[in-house]
Design a protein around this ligand. Sequence first.
Ligand SMILES: Nc1ncnc2c1ncn2[C@@H]1O[C@H](COP(=O)(O)OP(=O)(O)OP(=O)(O)O)[C@@H](O)[C@H]1O
Ligand SMILES: Nc1ncnc2c1ncn2[C@@H]1O[C@H](COP(=O)(O)OP(=O)(O)OP(=O)(O)O)[C@@H](O)[C@H]1O
Ligand SMILES: [Mg+2]
Ligand SMILES: [Mg+2]
Lengths: 228, 228
Amino acid sequence: AVETEDLAKYYVMGPVTVRALDGVSVKIRRSEYLSIMGPSGSGKTTFFNMVGGLDRPTRGKVFIDEVDIASLDAYELAWLRAKKIGYIFQTFNLIPVLTAMENVTLPMVFTGVEREERLRRAREMLTRVGLGERLDHKPGELSGGQQQRVAIARALVNDPVIVLADEPTGNLDLHTGLEIINLLKTLNTEKKVTIINATHDLKMIDVSDRIFWLRDGKIERIETRAEV
Amino acid sequence: AVETEDLAKYYVMGPVTVRALDGVSVKIRRSEYLSIMGPSGSGKTTFFNMVGGLDRPTRGKVFIDEVDIASLDAYELAWLRAKKIGYIFQTFNLIPVLTAMENVTLPMVFTGVEREERLRRAREMLTRVGLGERLDHKPGELSGGQQQRVAIARALVNDPVIVLADEPTGNLDLHTGLEIINLLKTLNTEKKVTIINATHDLKMIDVSDRIFWLRDGKIERIETRAEV
Ligand SMILES: Nc1ncnc2c1ncn2[C@@H]1O[C@H](COP(=O)(O)OP(=O)(O)OP(=O)(O)O)[C@@H](O)[C@H]1O
Ligand SMILES: Nc1ncnc2c1ncn2[C@@H]1O[C@H](COP(=O)(O)OP(=O)(O)OP(=O)(O)O)[C@@H](O)[C@H]1O
Ligand SMILES: [Mg+2]
Ligand SMILES: [Mg+2]
């Protein structure tokens, strides 16, 4: 589903070069449930930004379903992202002037879903993440974990085949966190969605097929669930 | 150190009233290490906003060192907050156009600390949270957990007597999270700082003197470390 070849991202800051990613070559299979773990600052979000096509690498390639995303023009890339990838941002990135419902329906406007269907799907997804009574709240009228769940709902409504979840449970209590992990695992087993998590949450380990451990922009080791 | 009397915060949204806090009366002792836990949306951040004087309650009182903060004018409240309280926000609230160093020195400008001393303290605190090599990065050039640690450093540089930490480890890996918990615990035991955490992180339990469990805006139960 997703493959990277010597993926690197460097930030030059005067005399210093920060190696956010420093040569990552991995293959993530279709319908895999993968977790990427590692210290704060080790490159997880940067890896996501490269794989999600949100930013260009300094070196190396990203393939999504065999397509080298660097070969796509801006429109093709935007279409690929909207149709295939659901991105749950570590910092939520909700639109402050829109309600939860409006934030969640927005991606479906872009992919041409009918209005009735948009409202139905948004309401259903927000209810599934426990926000059925917060539909008309704007982000500033929601708790941290509620904002996180709006971001999760938004990533899932276009039926993506790949979900990039960056710290999806970071602001959630144990119980709500388990509900979200269950939701992702169900999408994975029932709908064959490829789930790629960047996470510090050790609860993710039990449901992951494999775990990539990142350190200083490199893959330190890869474990299978059996080994952990 | 901190006392609340029938503290309540209601948000009226058309026909619906959201009871974010619904009558909380608690006494938090000087030099206590307290954790407030509870489901996402149960009122932890709202409790902090009331106690930290960032917003006014719908009903009830907040006392900081015996002073009813509703009796303070805007200037007195701002001064109290700057001198006595260090606030670590769940959503960081860093200033995007300022570097880590500039974000951390800002509170000290307000309390009249000399420039040399400001730079010394900021550098020291950022190093203590592991960001010694990120001093000149702006928030957008930092990872999620690094931004969180800048917010932590900023809250501690004015030597507060009370720290309100809202999910301080939410974006941190196990190792870095333990370092932050150790830092807070050290401030507590060595400098007698009152630490009040809102958190989902079960690692906080071991170092807490007491734990308040919130549900639907009310205190459900209070436990001591011995009982947990
Ligand atoms: N401005 C607002 N208008 C309406 N409702 C609000 C507003 N701010 C907060 N709320 C509601 O108040 C409740 C408590 O919010 P709060 O942010 O205190 O929860 P929390 O315990 O910090 O949750 P989390 O663990 O997710 O951070 C939530 O249900 C939220 O939707
Ligand atoms: N725009 C930038 N300019 C300079 N350095 C950057 C920039 N963006 C990220 N970095 C650095 O790249 C490294 C990797 O960042 P990244 O956000 O990928 O880490 P992460 O693994 O997601 O961390 P966390 O667990 O804290 O979210 C960090 O050390 C960070 O300081
Ligand atoms: Mg990150
Ligand atoms: Mg909160």
